[in-house]
Structures are given as structure tokens and as C-alpha cells.
Design a protein around this ligand. Structure first.
Ligand code: GLN
Length: 375
């Protein structure tokens, strides 16, 4: 007996693989993006007091308190909020809800690893739109190729999946870029899925939410794990166009029914506190410092570094570097750029590094990388 042909999509993800190899070889892990420290104490305290009081199912739409907390935070209507088991499940539910066999889904390449398999699981074909790496500025600048986007729309195109701030490049889509995307979606009557899990992690201009430009067709995806430094909690959300939340939640109920109730309660309590305490500003400050430390160190080693406008990742060009040899013999885990591209399409030597790690670890990684490159 064999599993269904979909098992072809079951290979270990590059993030799991690199974290596993980092553990096996005692490497500094700048691969998978998760914070090194603990979540804020006010979040943990809220979870402790939720255990024993919020232990049974919530509605598939999510707990009313969390939906309201998000409505207040995002300036949206609570009726349009659906709570999911992390942003990954949110994207999965949207794939179920929005497209199927014979449809095409546009997404930018380099592409975050879950987008392509999720589209394929729904029966749709992912269509990759290039982001170009322009090296004329010296260190390199990522730009979405919106002319290519226009050219790739076909009668089968159903949706465009966008990620801003963008993983892995850190590109924050500009207002002009988003306006062009929104206009194109209107012209061709496409759904828009906007993965905004890094919405509060930016180092320059504040990211604009695509929803504000095309509210009638945009599904926004967000993540408590990313905002509150608790990626294992698996609490995410979708903001739907008006009136569509019940059906989206109706599909989510067949996957997980609801996200963990005590964690929903804790996130509901923590979201306003995070604002009052200025948590996101503190994270931007801390991660911005670490980003500059890592970028400067990589430049000292002779690498071209593309500084991100958001996320906790940066990309760099290290021609000839084999990330699998580096993790095994050099003691540093990074993500090979090829993981975000169709076979053979990645720029030579592209790597992604996570800087949501302590400064001491970033410094150790730089020393080890320097020694490895010299050897
Ligand atoms: N978003 C994280 C990253 O890009 C981890 C994703 C995952 O492992 N599911 O590294």
C-alpha cells in the first residue's frame, strides 16, 4: 500500500531540516526564524490564568474576546475576523476557500516554502512572479517585477498571494506597488491573500496593509506567534472581506475546529498590553540593532548584503558557499536561497540568515563563518 501521490509534498521542510542539522552538529542556528528568548511575561501570565478557566472549545470563528481585541488592534470589524491555528493554517484554509483544480495562483519568487505545496494540495497551480535582485546599487536591492505579474495573469488566475514584509527578502511593498497590485486584482477580478505576519517588524517605513486598498477582495493573515514571540503557540488569524468570515471558519472547522482556547484567551488579554507597553517598538529596536550587527559583520567578510525593510531575516550573496557543508563543518546554520525558488532559478550563492537571536550568537556565527570561508 502506498500513500496518495500527495506524499510527494511530504518531504521535510528546509526549516526543520536546518534546525535538525544545527542540533546534530552543534551549529549556531541562523536558519529557522524563531526568537531565541521567552515571550513577554504578561503573555505567559495571561496563559497561566487562562488554564482552568478557558479550556473548552471556542466557536470555529474564534473566541469573541480575541476577535474583538484584533478588531481594536487592526481597526477592522470583529465580524470579519477568524482565529486559526497559526498563520500556516490560515493560509491552508484560504487555499481551500479560494481555489481548486485548474486554477492558477500568483505568488512572488523567492517564495516562502508553504505557499507552493498548499496551492498544490488544493489542486491549483502556483505561478511564480519574479522579484529581481538589482545589484547596480552595490549591495543589492529586491524589487517585485510587476510587469511580469501583469504578463502572467491568465483566464485561469484566481488569486494573488502576497507577503509584506516579505520572507525571505525583507522587502516591504511600497504604496505604489500595492496600488498597482490592487488595481490589477480589480481589473481581473482576483482574490488577494496578504500574508502580513511581520506587520510590526519593520526598520524603515511602516508597512501598508493591502486590505486598506482593496477591502472587498483582500484576506489578511496575521500571527500572534510572530508578534508576541511565541511561534509554537499556533494562534493566527484571518481578516476577511465583509461577510465572508462564517464560511471561512466553516472550512477551518473541518481541519482543527478551533485554535487552542486558553492560548486564544491569553493572546486576547496580551494584545492591548503589548500596545500599551510599546512591545513592538522594543522588538524593532532590538532586532534592528541585531540586523545591523549581522549585516556589518557579513560585509566585513566580503558578502553583499541586502538589508531588509522588515521581518527578522536578511539575504546575502556568498558565492560558492554550500550551506550544508557550512552547518556540518563550519558550525553555522543558514537557509540556502534555493529553498525559495523553482529548481535552478536562485541567484548564485544566495542565503537567508535569521537575526532574531542573541547578539552573542550572531557574533559567534560571524566568527565561525569567517573561519569557514577562509579555510
Ligand atoms: N517562518 C519561519 C521561517 O521562515 C519558520 C517557518 C516554519 O518552520 N514553519 O524561518
Amino acid at each position: 500500500m502506498q500513500l496518495h501521490a500527495r506524499r510527494q509534498l511530504a518531504a521535510e521542510s528546509i526549516f526543520s531540516r536546518m534546525s535538525r542539522l544545527a542540533a546534530v552538529h552543534g551549529a549556531v542556528n541562523l536558519g529557522q526564524g524563531f526568537p531565541a528568548g521567552s515571550p513577554p511575561e504578561f503573555l505567559l501570565e495571561a496563559a497561566r490564568s487562562a488554564l482552568g478557566t478557558a479550556d473548552q472549545y471556542t466557536a470555529p470563528l474564534g473566541s469573541p474576546a480575541l476577535r474583538q481585541a484584533l478588531a481594536d488592534d487592526l481597526a477592522v470589524n470583529a465580524d470579519d475576523v477568524v482565529i486559526t491555528c497559526g498563520a500556516t493554517e490560515a493560509l491552508h484554509v484560504l487555499a481551500d476557500a479560494l481555489y481548486g483544480a485548474g486554477d492558477e495562483v500568483l505568488m512572488f519568487e523567492p517564495v516562502f516554502d508553504v505557499y507552493r505545496p498548499q496551492a498544490a494540495l488544493s489542486g491549483a497551480a502556483p505561478v511564480l512572479v519574479p522579484m529581481t535582485l538589482d545589484m547596480s546599487s552595490g549591495s543589492g536591492q529586491w524589487t517585485p517585477d510587476l510587469d511580469a505579474l501583469e504578463a502572467l495573469v491568465t483566464p485561469r488566475t484566481r488569486a494573488l498571494l502576497l507577503n509584506s514584509p516579505h520572507n525571505p527578502t525583507g522587502h516591504v511593498f511600497t504604496r505604489a506597488e500595492l496600488e498597482r497590485v490592487a488595481a490589477l486584482a480589480r481589473r481581473h477580478d482576483l482574490w488577494l491573500i496578504s500574508d502580513e505576519v511581520y506587520d510590526e517588524l519593520y526598520y524603515g517605513e511602516r508597512p501598508l496593509s493591502l486590505r486598506t486598498l482593496a477591502p472587498e477582495r483582500t484576506f489578511t493573515v496575521g500571527s500572534a506567534g510572530k508578534r508576541l514571540e511565541a511561534t509554537g503557540w499556533r494562534v493566527g488569524w484571518i481578516v476577511t472581506p465583509p461577510g465572508l468570515a462564517p464560511e471561512v471558519a466553516g472550512l477551518h472547522q473541518w481541519a482543527t475546529f478551533c485554535a487552542p482556547a486558553p492560548l486564544q484567551a491569553a493572546v486576547a488579554a496580551a494584545l492591548p498590553v503589548a500596545r500599551q507597553h510599546g512591545l513592538y517598538g522594543q522588538l524593532r529596536q532590538a532586532y534592528g540593532d541585531r540586523m545591523r550587527l549581522l549585516a556589518a559583520g557579513l560585509r566585513d567578510l566580503g558578502l553583499a548584503v541586502q538589508e531588509p525593510g522588515g521581518t527578522y531575516f536578511l539575504t546575502a550573496l556568498a558565492p560558492g558557499l554550500d550551506p550544508f557543508a557550512l552547518v556540518e563543518h563550519g558550525g553555522v546554520a543558514v537557509i540556502p536561497g534555493s529553498a525559495f525558488y523553482a529548481e535552478g532559478a536562485a541567484p548564485a550563492g544566495l542565503i537567508r540568515l535569521a537575526f532574531c537571536k542573541p547578539e552573542s550568537e550572531i557574533e559567534r556565527a560571524l566568527q565561525r563563518l569567517g573561519a569557514f570561508l577562509k579555510a
